[in-house]
Design a protein. Structure first.
Length: 195
């Protein structure tokens, strides 16, 4: 049996990736360049994130101050109109205000019930009209609609009362005071019965 001599290779051979030959040195240079660019971009992005965070902190404080001014009684939904005029999404502005209140440790209800903006009926109707088609496609029966409304009241933390006819949902501004349960042995009739 004849043996062939083993030869030394000084240069790396191209290797196959998915049946294409690639030069290892070229590939190493490409990885090094792309990695350096990635690190440079990452530092730049982090710097910009820090700047955006600083901007949002200042903006949140200003939005909080503006909401406090515009959400007072008699301003007629001034906060929403002010945001709409500036094309600032209300949900984003409210979220920033909430984060500011939480970060500063202000009382959770800094904008009291009397000064907090309550969306008009038209806004609630518009939102319902936008959401309802999706709900209706998912929930096909009146019973499913009923269960959905029951879950919605629970999710909104509204006070409810189960009745034989269904669920009674109370207006949060007019929640009835709980009536104390009668105590056995309190009435005069109970005293007579013992004798």
């Amino acid at each position: 049996m004849e043996q062939y001599p083993i030869t030394q290779i000084d240069e790396p051979l191209p290797y196959s990736i998915m049946e294409e030959y690639v030069d290892e040195q070229w590939l190493t240079e490409q990885v090094d360049n792309l990695w350096a660019n990635r690190e440079s971009y990452s530092r730049c992005i982090q710097s910009q994130r820090d700047e955006v965070h600083q901007m949002e902190t200042t903006l949140s404080e200003m939005l909080f101050t503006m909401k406090t001014l515009l959400s007072k009684p008699g301003r007629g939904g001034g906060w929403s109109a002010w945001l709409k005029h500036r094309e600032i999404p209300r949900a984003t502005a409210d979220r920033m205000v909430s984060r500011y209140v939480e970060a500063k440790g202000l009382p959770g209800n800094r904008l009291t019930e009397s000064t907090r903006f309550l969306p008009p009926d038209a806004e609630v109707s518009r939102l319902t009209a936008a959401v309802w088609p999706r709900i209706e496609r998912s929930l096909h029966s009146p019973l499913a609609h009923y269960l959905f409304l029951q879950c919605l009241a629970d999710r909104a933390e509204l006070q409810t009362q189960l009745c034989p006819e269904g669920v009674l949902v109370f207006n949060p501004d007019r929640v009835p005071e709980p009536t104390p349960a009668p105590v056995v042995g309190d009435s005069a009739e109970d005293d007579d019965a013992v004798l």
